[in-house]
Write a protein that binds this ligand. Structure first.
Ligand code: 5GP
Ligand code: ZN
Length: 136
């Protein structure tokens, strides 16, 4: 399951070089070329899935286990102060490479980065309406 026009397929299969932190039959973990912080890495499944919506359940479960292992290991090695997992789906959400990937972002006190959003101030009625759309 690979897409010959996909850069992350090429990286995952070793056709394009990358700084590999971990590899097994199903995943490759590489350093991001445009890191937010020192050690920013990406978990790539070797199979091509466009995004989270396409990721099979079994691989989704394995991605989170691998993320946990990597976060623990990288925190110990890099002595970072915190850790973000980020995963973008769709252009509106900031996805720029359309092969599922999970960002592993070590955080350091005063690293100058902000991964955040402006908090809206919905009324109780608005929250209730959204809740009902989601659960019904
Ligand atoms: P997205 O915005 O899709 O969630 O994240 C794509 C990420 O891939 C970005 O952080 C970008 O720096 C990284 N990236 C894009 N092209 C390459 C590449 O060729 N090699 C590596 N290692 N990272 C890449
Ligand atoms: Zn791909």
């Amino acid at each position: 399951m690979r897409d010959d026009n996909c850069i992350f397929c090429k990286i995952a299969h070793g056709d394009i070089p990358s700084k590999v932190l971990y590899e097994d039959n199903e995943f490759k973990v590489i350093l991001d070329l445009g890191p937010a912080t020192k050690g920013h890495a990406l978990i790539l499944p070797k199979n091509h899935y466009h995004d989270l919506y396409e990721l099979p359940d079994e691989e989704a479960a394995k991605v989170m286990l691998l993320a946990k292992k990597m976060a623990i290991h990288m925190t110990e090695k890099l002595k970072c102060d915190g850790f973000n997992l980020v995963q973008n789906n769709g252009e509106a959400a900031g996805q720029t490479v359309f092969h599922f990937h999970l960002h592993l972002i070590p955080r350091y006190k005063e690293d100058g980065q902000t991964l955040g959003w402006k908090a809206l101030e919905p009324s109780q009625e608005e929250l209730e309406k959204i809740k009902n759309i989601i659960i019904n």
